[in-house]
Design a protein around this ligand. Sequence first.
Ligand code: IMP
Length: 432
Amino acid sequence: MSTLVIVGSQWGDEGKGKVTDMLAEGADMVVRYQGGNNAGHTVVVDGQEFKLHLIPSGILYPDTISVIAGGVVVDPSVLLEEIAGLNARNVETAGLRISQNAHVIMPYHKLLDALEEETRGDGKIGTTCRGIGPAYVDKVHRCGIRISDLLNSKTFKARLTTVLQDKNRVLQRIYNHEPLSFDDIYDSYSQLADRLRHYVTDTTQLVSEANKAGKNILFEGAQGTLLDIDQGTYPFVTSSHPIAGGACLGTGIGPTDIDRVIGITKAYTTRVGEGPFPVELKDTVGDRLRDAGHEYGTTTGRPRRCGWVDAVMLRYAAAVNGLSSLAVTKMDVLTGLDEIKICTAYKYRDTIIDKFPERTDVLAECEPIYEVLQGWQEDITGAVTAEELPQAARLYVARLEELSGVPASMISVGPARAQTIVNKHLLSPFHA
Ligand code: IMP
């Protein structure tokens, strides 16, 4: 038996979908522990591309239980659309389980997300406008509506009555917006809840029992370490806990029950939305990375900001997640560059720092100090062992391992499952 957490070690979009999908093959259960449909995973199976936002990639394996745990915020209509989309392509969703405790993204959350962003002006966060932040705000404010509340008409009516009065006051008085109709929300969400009812269960118990029974459980984080509400570049973060500790908070698994943590690390760095990004390239190299890596948001379609890999940030991600190994993704995107840079330290005013600063305003003033490595020109998309990689590519990965202090268990050289160099020893039993 084994438990494994998959986290993004940068700002999200590291290619977690493919890695999760590959490791899901050896898992009995795949559990999504935080975030909502702000995430987007692209998985390519047998040449078919699947875009998943809420449902764990484990759904593509019929014998795997896929859990949306209590730490996730669920937009019921998006979830139902995703289920319908999978079913239309003959993917069974009978193995899906949804936590009773997951909070529901309501229409006012989406509306407020957009209105709040608008009023932030220059200080905007660049949210996905999916209602994620406002839904987590209500959870912490203890006025959220949970899946179990939706399923009980009396509770739903009572909670919605109170909350909507409050939200409508804010919408009308602060944003000069029309009030939302109780009946419309109540009726539509009750219908959606009915369609989800048979997937809903006590997932804390489900995960705990699977753990006790010695099952292989994979915990799938969305977004990335630097978007964590506590450990990320606040306030330019999401409102949940993408770091490995989030797996405990969002599912009820104890910290000592986690065996390993894999940090998915793109061979370069991207960021969507606002906030400091020391290694950002606003030149033709950045454009080249964006084009070659198809760096446009899966959820919003926004062009991603691109830059070199940042080893200062990687060391930080290794520490806050307790990373056991790295999965280096999109190595093939770097092919053809004469030289490749790695940021090894920052210049902050007159000092050189090699630790990731806790303060976002300090990070905003940091300038990257680069080490330059030689690039490679050979096509690496067919490499199945590390020995088949050109020497420059091997040296690049070795340097990432050295600078982060974490060994690489996977190197991804293309979008398909087969295009992955795997160190089985570091991944067993999830990868035999
Ligand atoms: P929110 O999660 O929609 O509130 O957005 C907060 C910040 O997190 C914004 O900068 C988003 O662009 C970013 N973000 C949210 N989800 C993802 C993701 O899946 N990948 C990358 N960035 C994300």
